[in-house]
Design a protein around this ligand. Structure first.
Ligand code: FE2
Length: 334
């Protein structure tokens, strides 16, 4: 329940009716709307029903004490201010109440003018606190809106980068997006977290960014690559990681760095194997290989999807992680 910043209703909680009446009468003269409660249970009912901005609470009451009630108010109605009323001898209780979240205290016997002054002071303080809270809330919303806007701009620039890259080459047009779709579909079959899915999607979209630095004559070579040409093509991994490093997270970067890793560790200049390879890389390498196989390439025509699936299955345990292959085989519409 949210207490209105403008609420000036004051709840006076005291088991002595005469004290309640004296306080409410005096505060009413100051223009405050007052309600009363004779014990903790009645007080909670009144707070629920009327959302007072301030509670004046007697510490010593039969049944649940004022400081027990204070704890409930602080927890359940944090926007309600509390002034404790206690006897001078209860100074330790006062300290406890202030630590427990009371805004101020009044000692008995009290002068009603002192009550008015304390109430004014606490209401002003509460108003200020609520305004600060409101401001913090709007600031938080503003930051969140800015964050979304920056992320949108970031995603748009990534898309533009990918379009520019793939526009150079009719064989790879749309490849990154298809790899991302397949990689996400595999990840869903593996019930990966939303964060993993997001990282894998971005890594898939960006995995071949480094091809921008590879000689098109080598990429489009119709025949088999020489070892030197293959080495040159494989530079796209490190080059791509270098290009996207300033704009992606460490996880996305690592997925890109190992997207050509073989599960059994026998890939190009590979130093890690099996589960040491980031899971996202093990997912993307299957999506990447499958899409490459079912697409035309300068050196061969496309395989059918059945042939592509058979090839992925054949390389399970060597090039590909068998668990990820199992998930890949469950992806619909292959
Ligand atoms: Fe690649």
């Amino acid at each position: 329940m949210v207490t209105s910043i403008e609420s000036s209703t004051i709840l006076v909680v005291d088991d002595e009716k005469s004290i309640r009446r004296a306080i409410t009468k005096r505060l009413a003269r100051e223009g405050h709307q007052c309600i009363e409660a004779g014990n903790a249970e009645e007080a909670i009912e009144q707070i629920r029903a009327n959302q007072p901005g301030l509670v004046i609470l007697d510490v010593m009451m039969p049944g649940r004490s004022g400081n027990q009630l204070l704890a409930d108010i602080v927890t359940s109605f944090p926007e309600t201010a509390v002034i404790m009323v206690t006897a001078v001898v209860d100074i330790n209780i006062v300290i406890e109440c202030m630590k427990g979240g009371a805004h101020d205290y009044i000692t008995k016997p009290f002068d009603l003018e002192q009550v008015v002054q304390t109430v004014d002071k606490v209401l002003d303080k509460r108003k200020l606190e609520l305004k600060i809270k409101e401001f913090q809330e709007s600031l938080k919303n503003e930051v969140e809106a800015q964050r979304k806007e920056i992320r949108k701009l970031f995603l748009n620039s990534i898309e533009a980068l990918i379009y520019a890259l793939e526009a150079k080459d009719k064989y790879t047009a749309g490849h990154s997006r298809r790899v991302a779709d397949i990689a996400v579909a595999i990840s869903e079959q593996m019930s990966l977290s939303a964060e993993d899915l997001d990282n894998i999607r971005w890594a898939a979209l960006l995995h071949d960014t480094g091809k921008i630095a590879v000689d098109p004559a080598v990429i489009n070579k119709p025949g088999r690559l020489t070892p030197e040409e293959y080495r040159h093509v494989m530079t796209h991994v490190a080059v791509g990681a270098g290009i996207v490093k300033p704009i992606v997270s460490q996880q996305v970067l690592e997925i890109i760095l190992f997207h050509h890793a073989f599960y059994n560790g026998t890939g190009f200049e590979q130093t890690i194997k099996e589960e040491e390879i980031p899971l996202g890389s093990r997912v993307i390498t299957i999506a990447d290989s499958y899409d490459a196989m079912i697409s035309d390439r300068p050196y061969r025509t496309a395989l059918t999807s059945g042939q592509g699936v058979a090839e992925i299955r054949r390389c399970s345990g060597t090039q590909f992680d068998p668990n990820v292959v199992t998930a890949f085989l469950r992806v619909p519409l292959l």
